[in-house]
Ligand binder design. Sequence first.
Ligand SMILES: [Zn+2]
Length: 168
Amino acid sequence: MKPFKFCPACATEIGEPKPEDGATCSSCGRTWYRNSAPTVGAVIVRDGKALVSRRGSDPHKGRFDTPGGFLEAGEDALAGLRREIREELGVEIDVDHDDFIAATVHEYGDEGDYVLAMSYAATLVSGEPEPDDDVAEIRWVDLEGLETLDFAWEHNREDTRRALRRET
Ligand SMILES: [Zn+2]
């Protein structure tokens, strides 16, 4: 989101917004920061291939990423990741803190938002992934197939590569 012009709590004008820092309201004293929003993603690996998904909605509709999404308020990273995968693909995954791959900051959308994208390697516990409406398509790719995919965010390629190398 763009920096606030008015205090979200009391609607006082908070002056010229600073692009990278917080702004403090002169009326109620609250400070509004523009931190990166945390997201969690899973590279699900099976038989030497990783699951990638084609985005069904903007930003970057039609390009590939790895399944996952934004954490909810107060939500644990792994619990949020398991929830997102259940919602997007209808399956349960096995994932733990030891499966952490990388955390990458990137821009999200065209409003100057930043996300901190945390990626984990995961395996399927049971079931066959069935994409919901937000996912246009799923595909299983090996290290070679990975190279030609049009990823929405380049770090997804490297995360997927790392998860595949870790397994083999
Ligand atoms: Zn205020």
